[in-house]
Write a protein that binds this ligand. Structure first.
Ligand code: ADP
Length: 636
């Protein structure tokens, strides 16, 4: 019962489990969406941004390495760095267009004016004396701007007249001047000096110089910076990198003006392509990076392939309606989640809903079958145990009946024998006839007792496996005649005649003579016990090809047909123990059956209530008999 209740509970919970499966799939999908938002997307968007200190106007020059960092990841389409107040640090603001700033000769003293005119004449004619005139002019301590313009112009004369060592010294002096002074064109003199140095320096020194100039143009740009930079690039093979820097910077400028034009949405249409705008805080500021959606989609696809998740699920990612990772074909969406900081939506799909359902149903069926099989096994086990228990109970009942039968079988004859023996001993028998009857009775009872004891001993030998048979050619006719003669006396007091009939061609049979005799004695004993007084008990022996048949027939009360099988069981006796009229211990027929089988034969009963019974034993003869060798013990 408890097993069946458990099985029912198991099946019920399986039904519940089935209903829960979808719900669990949704929960699982939510976990996956969380994992994608927290781990996969941030991983895909991972790139290093330089710190603010490496890019400001105060940054050490050259900044080429820092700019290279910005070019490292394809995810950085354009990047703008702002300081904590929101002011743009990178790209640097462009200054105004230079406006001409003519020199005012009125600032010069008359002596200085004379020398200035001499200088003008010298540089117009590329005079070799220009250097000397310059020294005279500088000795008069002219205003700083005149002094620097004079130096630069004389340097250019020296350049043109191939006196580059002197020219370089002058240009360096102009470049390293402490304050910013303008040439008459409005361009800072420092720039012009730098430019000339770069153009005319020997090849070995040029690259370092060019990088410095380019860095300055990038980080302190004028509207002319881009043009100047593109002029610089062809001057040296190492200048290629600045080409990218120029484009990067102009993109950064575009992004910067885009950002300043209003609040930036998550996805922006920038440089004719959709970009996702992400922010990255660094030391000293915040980067605003425009990530091309195409590149982001590639990065996400790569991460998606690396991600470990149950095979039934797939994900889709989109940004403001733009797909980044496509949903699976034919999939069913289980959950959708929006990311907190980014305008990205994650959807989790069940890839193949039909396969998922089929798998779930198959699992449910497997468990249901398992539960049913377990419950079945428990029931079968219970029935088997119950039957074993009943059988054991019957056996113990039979055993106790057996003990009381044996006791009764022994006690009654012993009591009467003792009584008669005592009477005979005291000589108190009434007549010689009575004495003869007493002695005959004592003899009969003693034979009965030994028959009972013989049966019990046989049975015990069999049970202990100590039984031995000796097979030899046996004359069955003689065996039957002798046994009938011995047994005839048992029925004489009740006037029962025991007759023997033979049929067929007698021939010896391989048998254990003693065992066959015990078998026959038991059958005749039963027939005599049950036959009515004055009736006939017949013993038959028939020889036919392949079989010898031995039978005993009486005209007793017969045996009900439903008892025919059980009478051959050990200890079994027909009727209740209290109403039983015939003596016996319930072993006779079980011994008959066993001995018949030991000879390869079988025993059967034909009996009708009120008419009598015939017990028949068939022994197969040599052609069909499987005779065990005389030495080998037979199974119990
Ligand atoms: P028992 O010692 O009781 O004779 P058996 O094993 O020889 O034991 O016989 C089993 C039962 O079969 C007997 O109790 C008896 O009721 C029934 N039986 C055996 N032989 C006959 C027979 N010839 N006529 C009627 N009943 C018989």
């Amino acid at each position: 019962m408890p097993a069946l209740v458990l099985a029912a509970a198991g099946l019920y919970s399986l039904r519940q489990d089935d209903a829960l499966a979808r719900h669990q799939a949704v929960e699982q999908a939510e976990r996956i969406a969380g994992d994608v938002s927290r781990r996969m997307i941030p991983d895909a968007l991972r790139f290093d941004m330089p710190e603010a200190a490496t890019l400001g106007r105060t940054a050490s020059i050259p900044i080429v390495e820092t700019l290279r960092k910005l070019q490292n990841s394809p995810l950085i389409g354009a990047a703008v760095l702002t300081d904590p107040e929101g002011k743009v640090i990178y790209p640097p603001e462009r200054g105004p267009l230079p406006s001409p700033a003519p020199l005012d000769e009125g600032e010069l003293s008359p002596a200085q004016q004379d020398e200035w005119l001499a200088l003008e004449a010298a540089w117009q004619k590329d005079s070799p004396s220009a250097g000397r005139v310059l020294s005279t002019f500088l000795a008069l301590h002219p205003p700083d701007r005149f002094a620097m313009v004079a130096r630069f112009r004389v340097a250019m004369v020296l350049v043109r007249t191939n006196r580059s060592a002197e020219a370089t010294a002058l240009l360096q002096a102009v470049r390293d001047m402490p304050e910013e002074l303008m040439a008459e064109s409005g361009v800072p003199l420092r720039w012009l000096a730098e430019w000339q140095l770069a153009l005319h320096l020997p090849e070995s020194e040029r690259s370092r110089h060019l990088h410095g100039l380019a860095s300055r143009l990038v980080m302190d740009p004028s509207p002319l910076a881009n043009r100047l930079l593109s002029d610089l690039v062809p001057l040296h093979s190492e200048m290629k990198i600045w080409e990218t820097a120029i484009t990067d910077q102009s993109r950064a400028l575009d992004l910067s003006s885009f950002l300043q034009s209003g609040p930036a949405p998550g996805v922006i249409d920038f440089l004719d392509r959709p970009h996702l705008l992400v922010t990255r805080p660094v030391d000293g500021g915040t980067w605003h990076v425009a990530v091309p959606l195409g590149e982001l989609s590639n990065a996400l696809r790569l991460r998606d392939r690396e991600m470990v998740r149950p095979g039934d699920f797939a994900i889709a990612i989109s940004s403001s309606g733009q797909p980044l990772l496509d949903p699976p074909k034919g999939g069913v969406m289980l959950t959708r989640a929006a990311m907190n900081q980014l305008p990205l939506t994650v959807e989790v799909y069940l890839k193949d809903p039909a396969a998922f359902d089929a798998q779930r149903r198959a699992r449910t069926r497997r468990f249901a079958a398992l539960i049913a099989a377990s419950a079945g096994a428990v029931v079968v086990g219970f029935v088997a145990a119950w039957r074993a228990f009943r059988r054991q109970q019957q056996l113990s009942e039979m055993k106790s009946n057996f003990v009381s039968s044996v006791t009764h079988e022994l006690r009654a004859p012993i009591a009467s024998v003792r009584l008669m023996a005592e009477e005979l001993e005291h000589g108190s028998a009434p007549s010689a006839e009575k004495t003869r009857q007493y002695l005959q009775f004592i003899g009969q009872e003693c034979r009965r007792l030994s028959a009972v004891i013989e049966n019990v001993l046989d049975f015990s030998r069999r049970e202990q496996g100590r039984e031995r048979f000796e097979f030899e050619p046996t004359n069955m006719t003689r065996l039957v005649e002798e046994t009938v003669a011995v047994m005839r006396a048992h029925g004489s007091d009740r006037h029962i005649s025991l007759v023997a009939t033979m049929d067929g061609e007698p021939r010896p049979m391989e048998a254990d003579g003693r065992a066959v005799q015990r078998l026959l004695v038991n059958l005749i004993d039963n027939a005599l016990k049950h036959a009515p007084d004055g009736s006939v008990v017949t013993v038959g022996l028939e020889f036919a090809p392949g079989v010898v048949t031995l039978w005993v027939e009486d005209h007793g009360p017969g045996i009900p047909s439903d008892e025919h099988e059980r009478i051959f069981d050990k200890f079994y006796r027909v009727g209740s123990e209290l109403r039983r009229e015939t003596p016996g211990v319930g072993l006779g027929l079980s011994i008959v059956k066993h001995l018949a089988e030991a000879h390869g034969g079988r025993v059967k009963v034909c009996s009708h209530v009120g008419k009598g019974s015939r017990f028949t034993v068939e022994f197969p003869t040599p052609s069909a008999q499987s005779v065990p060798s005389p030495e080998s013990p037979l199974p119990a």
